[in-house]
Design a protein around this ligand. Structure first.
Ligand code: AMP
Length: 185
């Protein structure tokens, strides 16, 4: 199964991604995790990326596209993959389309985890990650609205978008996701 998981920061995407991987076993490609690992390892890309991450801004498209391109070429992705936190801009989505077209491996589905913005701020402010400072949270939410939410239209036009209600108990949200994915798997 090849899928993209889209959702604003604080929507609970990380938790649901864990459930999803346990059941369907796609390779998990989280650009946020990759960037944090690169930052902690002190690589040049990681340190440069951290200048954006700490402010809640998006890392430049080309940096992310290069990382994903390299990762998608690894053998474990041939069995399927979950793109988590990528794409986040239309330019990234277009670059992804080209990569997947060249490889002959189109996406099966794009899941959107939908949570109202008012709810997100409260959830993020209680999480305590380094980029969960109020100013960075605001920047990330605005970034999602302006740069990432246009992808919902983009994937609707491709007939790939499935929206999941992200409010309620974790188990209930998971069962909504399962219902959609069991039809595809
Ligand atoms: P996340 O863990 O997905 O919330 O990502 C944490 C931070 O990493 C984001 O706030 C961005 O600064 C950066 N980042 C992760 N994925 C991307 C992406 N696809 N494009 C640009 N920046 C990204």
């Amino acid at each position: 199964m090849r899928l993209v998981f889209i959702g604003p920061p604080g929507a609970g995407k990380g938790t649901q991604a864990e459930y999803l991987i346990k059941k369907y076993h796609p390779a998990h490609l989280s650009t946020g995790d990759m960037l944090r690992a690169a930052r902690d390892a002190g690589t040049e890309v990681g340190l440069k990326a951290n200048e954006y991450m700490s402010k809640g801004e998006l890392v430049p498209d080309q940096v992310i596209v290069d990382i994903i391109k390299e990762r998608l070429a690894q053998p474990d992705c041939a069995e399927g993959f979950l793109l988590d936190g990528f794409p986040r801009t239309i330019a990234q989505a277009e670059a992804l389309d080209i990569m997947l077209k060249e490889a002959g491996t189109p996406l099966d589905v794009v899941l959107e985890l939908r949570v109202p913005e008012e709810e997100l701020f409260t959830r993020l402010a209680s999480r305590g990650r380094a980029d969960d400072q109020p100013e960075a949270i605001r920047t990330r939410l605005v970034g999602y609205r302006n740069q990432t939410s246009p992808l919902l239209d983009y994937y609707t036009k491709q007939g790939l978008l499935q929206t999941i209600d992200g409010l309620g108990a974790i188990e209930d949200i998971w069962s909504r996701i399962e219902t959609v994915l069991d039809k595809i798997a």
